[in-house]
Design a protein around this ligand. Structure first.
Ligand SMILES: C[S@@+](CC[C@H](N)C(=O)[O-])C[C@H]1O[C@@H](n2cnc3c(N)ncnc32)[C@H](O)[C@@H]1O
Length: 294
């Protein structure tokens, strides 16, 4: 998926100025919220039709071949166990988990994406509308596993989200989150290059260590007000937020793309580079009961 981005900004000192898209336009404050407030559409509500064209009923190629089978394997759950699909979008993972005999529930802050999720799923899957960082959300609910695919980077305050994950998990319950690899896939701050001497593709990284807010324009690209937000964080931010929430990392995997270049002069070097530099990172953490007594 090729994304158009607007210049990144550091997260620690959010600018008071309106965001400027890569087309030089101003993003109105009203459309910046990533979470629904008093019925106002979220950034993902306005991006829902575009996102649905990429993911649809059963997921993108990556969802089907890498992400969902990987998450299922890492959750290590027996049939009949309850799983929360955190930031479920239009319910692609929830439907997959139901097929695999698990009992999924979905949570998302986009009303539009949830409408699609409900209309395409079995009635047995409950979908909840709300902000994953809200302290009262899904009060009293407990799950054997929580899975979050390609969404942690769209959440502004992961500390409160991860605290909720710890609250929702049963003792020893597992949390699996998959994100585009934060070391190698930083929108606007990383890209593929080609080394003619070595005849190999390489990944150039311009910025990594500081947290950044990066608006990503969504179609129609001519409309500068249509964007979603990516929050880049270095690995240490994820690990320290997990630890702070009482979630203990017990497994980490890095998954490469399964795409191949069209045959040509560079295809061998490009394919080799793609197999060396991971596209996704999956982290599994377990609820550490001692830190999270009720
Ligand atoms: C890239 S989409 C991924 C959706 C889905 N997991 C998938 O793989 O198709 C990111 C999702 O995160 C949701 N999201 C962003 N911030 C959220 C928050 N604070 N609480 C709940 N959902 C949120 C958006 O509404 C959107 O559905």
């Amino acid at each position: 998926m090729r994304k158009k981005t607007a210049p990144g900004r550091k997260m620690r000192k959010p600018s008071k100025k309106p965001l400027t898209s890569s087309h030089g336009g101003k993003a109105p404050k009203s459309s910046r919220a990533s979470v629904s407030r008093a019925g106002k559409p979220t950034l993902w509500d306005q991006a829902s039709r575009w996102y649905d064209s990429l993911v649809g009923m059963s997921g993108s190629d990556y969802h089907r071949t890498i992400l969902m089978p990987g998450v299922l394997r890492m959750l290590e759950l027996k049939a009949g166990r309850c799983v929360l699909d955190l930031a479920c979008g239009q319910g692609v993972l929830s439907r997959y988990l139901l097929q695999k005999k698990l009992k999924p529930e979905g949570l998302d802050s986009s009303e539009q994406l949830l409408r699609m999720a409900r209309s395409r799923s079995e009635k047995s899957i409950p979908y909840h509308l709300g902000n994953a960082g809200d302290t009262a959300i899904l009060e009293g609910k407990k799950f054997d596993g929580v899975a979050c695919i390609l969404a942690v980077q769209n959440m502004e305050n992961i500390e409160s989200v991860l605290k909720n994950v710890a609250r929702w998990l049963k003792p020893s319950g597992k949390f699996v989150m998959v994100l585009t690899h934060p070391c190698f896939r930083i929108p606007r701050q990383s890209n593929w290059g080609w080394d003619e001497d070595k005849k190999t593709g390489y990944r150039r990284i311009d910025r990594y260590a500081n947290e950044m807010e990066i608006p990503i324009l969504t179609p129609p690209f001519v409309d500068k007000d249509n964007f979603t937000m990516t929050y880049h964080r270095p690995l240490q931010s994820y690990f320290s937020a997990l630890l702070k929430a009482g979630l203990c990392v017990d497994s980490m995997e890095e998954w490469v793309s399964d795409k191949e270049s069209e045959p040509g002069k560079r295809s061998r070097g490009e394919n080799r580079a793609r197999k060396e530099i991971p596209l996704f990172m999956a982290i599994r953490a377990v609820q550490s009961a001692s830190k999270n007594k009720e």
